[in-house]
Design a protein around this ligand. Structure first.
Ligand code: GTP
Length: 236
């Protein structure tokens, strides 16, 4: 039995790079599409929010040459590149999807309309949210939480390359302990967790939506986490 009815899957832009140094790794997109396809077989409804750091990173990209606001909009466009790639990969696997964008690009994707996105989810479509919040000065972590809250999701599944939240850096100390659960309060106060930026964690904390931190690179882990099996750390 699945534990979650509707979730946000937050994928980082870096994850789209797979083994490459830049851009989109088709092999990894194929792998991730397979993981999502298997997760949807549990009946869970999925909203995907993807970052864009594999193509362009707002803060680092600006370097006092490009205005920060412009750089952030460029980053938002990068998330749409990733969303388009994910959409095609999922549809090739027979998963129905709808891609929307936070600002209008009607020839490419639907504009975001909350009730319409909810309807898509109810019909069993994976909804891919491109363009972040549509606003500069925030990250796609924040976009993931906002979309999660407005679309009635129970949890933000943060895909990472670590197995969860540890007492210490497991790469430095092999005795570091992995937590099964920690509180949102603790995650907000602790600067060592570094799982999401603090404004996103604060939004989760003040609106009481949980975060599941799990390793996306382990095959079958997304489905395991959705089934509520011990696949990472639950922050609630
Ligand atoms: P239902 O009304 O629930 O059947 O939803 P639907 O999304 O299947 O219906 P619709 O006829 O609105 O959309 C059909 C296809 O057109 C889907 O792939 C949508 O994503 C796409 N689509 C709808 N609106 C837009 C838009 O404004 N721009 C783009 N590019 N595609 C759109």
């Amino acid at each position: 039995m699945k534990k979650y009815k509707r979730i946000v899957l937050k994928l980082s832009g870096e994850a789209m790079m797979g083994k490459e140094n830049f851009g989109i790794d088709p092999d990894f997109i194929f792998y991730i599409a397979n993981e999502i396809m298997e997760a949807t077989q549990t009946g869970v409804e999925i909203v995907i929010v993807v970052g864009g750091g594999n193509i362009f990173r707002g803060v680092a990209g600006s370097k006092q040459v490009i205005d920060r606001t412009t750089a952030d909009y460029m980053g938002m466009l990068a998330t749409i590149f990733n969303g388009m790639a994910l959409q095609d990969a999922l549809e090739r696997k027979g998963v129905p999807t709808r891609l929307h964008t936070s600002f209008e690009m009607k020839e490419i994707a639907e504009p975001f309309i909350r009730k319409r996105a909810i309807r898509h989810l109810e019909k069993g479509r994976v909804v891919i949210s491109g363009g972040g919040t549509g606003l500069p000065f925030v990250t796609t972590d924040t976009a993931a939480v906002i979309r999660g809250l407005e679309l009635g999701c129970e949890s933000i599944f943060k895909a990472t390359n670590v197995d969860g939240v540890y007492s210490e850096d497991p790469k430095k100390n092999s005795k570091a302990k992995k937590y099964k659960t920690i509180s949102l309060e603790e995650a907000f106060k602790s600067d060592r967790i570094g799982i999401m930026d603090n404004s996103a964690i604060d939004l989760c904390r003040t609106n009481n939506i949980s975060i599941v931190v799990f390793n996306i690179y382990k095959k079958g882990n997304l489905k395991k986490a959705i089934l509520g099996k011990n696949a990472g750390t639950v922050i609630k």
